[in-house]
Design a protein around this ligand. Structure first.
Ligand code: PEP
Ligand code: MN
Length: 353
């Protein structure tokens, strides 16, 4: 249930109401929107009468029920406004959200060596990316495939961060690695295979680093949003949703089916920022540019693109990785679409700022 306060409501009234709702056994959450303050009420609200709540204060504009099974992540919970995930990085804050320029995250599937990750970081930064991705812990289908260099790779990511100032996104698979990983990651990735690892979701929900929650390979949009709800319910409001392709009947020509329709669907259902991963979404580097541009045109807030200095020699996901040269060219191609939809920062504007 949400309680929408009238514009200009005094803070003392918001506090008084919050305390009163607590005495009813509810968990009130104050949400400050652009124009209004909303109090989200979580708990057993079934027996509550919205009209009765309305009468508790003349400053209440309306009381609405959130009918969806997911509450905190629903668009209604923020009274229709979108939320931003603002991530501090050495190069300044990077803002993920509907009303911000597109954020491009690029880098290899796995961190392979210091030279490789630092070089890739420098190349993707020069092309215009603001985040570096790279796995230290890799979820591989085969136990005999390269599993990532583990904790030592976290140190290499730290070096790439130091060398370039790029923000770092890397995947957490095991809660035991959370503290070490959170020391270097600016955003923690929960991969497709762990989307419904509820104990892991609760743990990352109980810490402060923003979370990139990838869609499970066979997850419905509702299951995905319920997974995000776990993170918000545990106290972490900073979640970005990443579509990375789903399993369908046809996997002959692409690794997965990239569900770009999730962009408008998520926009309607949730306030959380959206990311598209065309690399895992298609599995083939030659299809990545078209899907990247389609995702921008459809309104994504960010993109995650795998880039490797030598894809043929990559220890994981080489076939879907772009070379740094192709990535650089793609950034220029994407800028045309990005500018057309008002989601691209012009180099010349950057120079003035
Ligand atoms: C990855 O980002 O390299 C990865 C393993 O992604 P996903 O969880 O989407 O398969
Ligand atoms: Mn990968």
């Amino acid at each position: 249930m949400i309680v929408v306060m009238k514009a200009g409501s005094p803070e003392t009234e918001v506090v008084r109401l919050t305390e009163e709702f607590e005495t009813w056994g509810l968990t009130p959450e104050k949400i400050i929107g652009k124009h209004k303050v909303v109090i989200g009420l979580v708990g057993d609200t079934v027996a509550l009468d919205p009209l009765q709540i309305q009468e508790t204060s003349p400053w209440i504009e309306e009381v609405l029920r959130v009918e969806k099974p997911y509450k905190r992540v629903s668009r209604e919970y923020r009274h229709g406004e979108s939320s931003d995930v603002i991530v501090p990085t050495p190069n300044g804050s990077v803002k993920f959200g509907e009303h911000h320029p597109l954020v491009v995250v690029a880098g290899p599937c796995s961190v392979e060596s210091e030279e490789m990750i630092v070089e890739t970081a420098q190349r993707v930064k020069a092309a215009g990316a603001t985040f570096l991705r790279g796995g230290a812990f890799k979820p591989r289908t085969s136990p005999y495939a390269f599993q990532g260099h583990g904790e030592s790779a976290l140190g290499l990511l730290a070096k790439a961060r130091e060398a370039t100032g790029l923000g770092i996104i890397t995947e957490l698979m095991d809660a035991a690695d959370l503290d070490a990983l959170a020391e270097v990651a600016d955003v923690i990735q929960i991969g497709a295979r762990n989307m419904q690892n509820f104990s892991l979701l609760k743990k990352v929900g109980a810490q402060d680093k923003p979370i990139l929650l990838k869609r499970g390979m066979s997850a419905t949009v509702e299951e995905w949003l319920m997974a995000a709800e776990y993170i918000l319910a545990a106290g972490n409001p900073n979640v970005i949703l990443c579509e990375r392709g789903i399993r369908t009947f046809d996997s002959k020509y692409t690794r997965n089916t990239l569900d770009l329709a999730t962009i408008p669907v998520l926009r309607a259902l949730t306030h959380l920022p959206i990311m598209i991963d065309p690399s895992h979404g298609t599995g083939k580097s030659e299809y990545v540019p078209a899907m990247s541009m389609a995702a921008i045109a459809a309104g994504t807030d960010s993109l995650m693109i795998e880039v490797h200095p030598n894809p043929k020699k990559a220890l994981s996901d080489g076939p879907q990785s772009l070379t740094p040269e192709r990535f650089d060219q793609l950034m220029q191609e994407m800028s045309v679409i990005g500018k057309a939809v008002g989601r691209w920062i012009d180099e010349s504007e950057l120079a003035i700022a």
